[in-house]
Ligand binder design. Structure first.
Ligand code: HEC
Ligand code: HEC
Ligand code: HEC
Length: 430
């Protein structure tokens, strides 16, 4: 044996990861899967170190703080075996036996395959830095403070078992696997029942991805098959473009979905985003079968360009404040300025999304395929509740849009909410 070779090898073993030698390929695959699972979005506090936990995940029972999942042995999951890790991620059981709250999307992650769990484990043990820092403790009020209660919830609601599509070679099966398991898209897009359970955890259920509301924002239905308004009008290419860049000819991303685009879908391969789109297209649209796309009604544009527009009307306010970027025909200039005509957020049953955007503004995420920094200004300092209500009512009912009118009270309520919360900074991680 040549000592000159053995010594560096020995040093490498001593200094190297204590979690078995993971080959770099598996670690890289785990990194990709962690992006598909968007683990970083929840497990990083605003301005915190990646994966060190401490982000408050809202639930109807109170804030639940995410755990430190870096390989630190004291504060993180450094002493988790593969078995422990698998139980936590797929079954929601901590190493010490305590139940995790379903704010951690283990009901979806239950479907992750054994091979993918092993790759994720390799990445978390070998691919990220240990952060020796305790995440804040979750303290829910009784009875929710009793973690064992979650056992009954699991028994009643949580689906079990790895997806039958985990190794699917076809795009439809692959898309189904990504959406139902790692993507946990249903945690925001599926309506919730009384016990806060998702009303369906897979494609076999008609409630799956049928649209919901989170944090006061409407989350649109993702059932993109058939006809009707919203996603059924998007082609597969439109969906792929939105997932990769956060924008397309129908609109631009705002709100919670921005974290999903920034840290998850924009990092996926074109093939995987296409698989997701293929799967969404295969889901028949929900009950709302109201006729097809609005034929961009020309009368709104005509009304706006007519010589006389009432001084204090929604039309006038739109011309003065919005027209520069979204134009009289409401078509904007995608991908930089999204259209408001036929836009899901604008037409949503709940007007809270539009009101939020007008008051707070919005900034498009910069993604690998669309690196840019384009923003919509905030109007909260400039427009009264009544003016915002008039503009919102106007855009919701023009160019063929069919949303209800908005009241000044609705605006006042959201203005108050916004005043209370600090804007949630997207964690800055690559
Ligand atoms: C929607 C937010 C969210 C996402 C996404 C998420 N987690 Fe979690 N996770 C949490 C929360 C919240 C907790 C703590 C729950 C509790 O204390 O009951 C947690 C706990 C955990 C734990 C338990 C650790 C411990 O000992 O306390 C592990 C392991 C874990 N997550 C891994 C992951 C991995 C891996 C991913 C990505 C595949 C992921 N999480 C994605 C919210 C999330
Ligand atoms: C300086 C240009 C500019 C002006 C002026 C402007 N916007 Fe925007 N608007 C944008 C950009 C850019 C976005 C995309 C931001 C994003 O998605 O993060 C946007 C997004 C939106 C959205 C969300 C669309 C979607 O697909 O999610 C709505 C609704 C909206 N604007 C309405 C308005 C209204 C109403 C006004 C007038 C009060 C207005 N905008 C004024 C540039 C502008
Ligand atoms: C943390 C919550 C959350 C998660 C998780 C989430 N979304 Fe979303 N999504 C939203 C919200 C809120 C909107 C509405 C805002 C917007 O359109 O920009 C949205 C909008 C969308 C839209 C645009 C629909 C339309 O008609 O305008 C698509 C497509 C989409 N999401 C796909 C997905 C997919 C695919 C996944 C899983 C990989 C996913 N989302 C996971 C919250 C979420």
């Amino acid at each position: 044996m040549k000592p000159s070779l053995a010594l560096p090898a020995l040093l490498l073993v001593l200094a190297g990861p204590a979690h078995g030698a993971a080959d770099p390929e598996t670690v890289a695959r785990g990194k990709y899967l962690a992006a598909a699972g968007d683990c970083v979005a929840c497990h990083t506090a605003p301005d915190g170190r990646p994966y060190a936990g401490g982000r408050a995940v809202e639930s109807p029972f109170g804030d639940i703080y995410s755990s430190n999942i870096t390989p630190d042995r004291k504060f993180g999951i450094g002493d988790y075996s593969l078995e422990d890790f698998s139980r936590a991620v797929r079954l929601g059981v901590r190493k010490d036996g305590a139940q995790l709250y379903p704010a951690m999307p283990y009901p979806s992650y239950a479907k992750i395959s054994d091979a993918d769990i092993a790759a994720l484990y390799a990445f978390f043990m070998n691919g990220i830095e240990a952060v020796p820092q305790a995440a804040p403790k979750t303290a829910l009020a009784w009875p929710f403070s009793m973690r064992w209660g979650v056992k009954f919830w699991n028994w009643a609601f949580a689906p079990e078992g790895v997806s039958a599509h985990a190794e699917a070679p076809d795009p439809l099966g692959r898309g189904r696997y990504l959406v139902e398991s790692l993507g946990h898209c249903g945690s925001c897009h599926t309506p919730r029942g009384l016990a806060f359970q998702e009303k369906g955890y897979g494609a076999d259920d008609e409630h799956f991805l049928a649209g919901a509301e989170i944090g006061g924002w409407p989350t649109p239905s993702l059932r993109a098959g058939g006809s009707g308004r919203g996603l059924p009008q998007w082609s597969e290419d439109d969906i792929v473009e939105f997932l990769a860049t956060g924008r397309n000819r129908f609109g631009a991303v705002v709100g919670e979905m921005e974290l999903v685009i920034t840290h998850s879908t924009s990092q996926l391969t074109e093939a995987d985003n296409r698989a997701i789109a293929t799967f969404l297209k295969s889901l028949p649209a929900h009950a709302d079968t109201s006729a097809a796309a609005p034929a961009a009604a020309p009368d709104t544009a005509q009304r706006l360009t007519a010589a006389k527009v009432d001084v204090n009307s929604g039309e006038r306010l739109y011309l003065d404040n919005c027209n520069a970027c979204h134009f009289v025909d409401g078509k904007g200039a995608p991908p930089a300025f999204p259209p408001l005509a036929g836009n899901t957020l604008v037409e949503a049953e709940s007007p809270s999304g539009v009101i939020h955007v007008i008051l707070s503004g919005a900034r498009l995420p910069s993604t690998p395929r669309a690196p840019s920094d384009i923003a919509m200004p905030n109007f909260d300092w400039r427009l009264s509740d009544d003016e915002v209500a008039k503009i919102a009512s106007f855009v919701r009912s023009s160019w063929g849009n069919r949303g209800d009118a908005v009241t000044a009270d609705q605006v006042a309520k959201i203005r108050k909410e916004i005043g209370k919360v600090k804007p949630s900074a997207a964690p800055d991680v690559k």
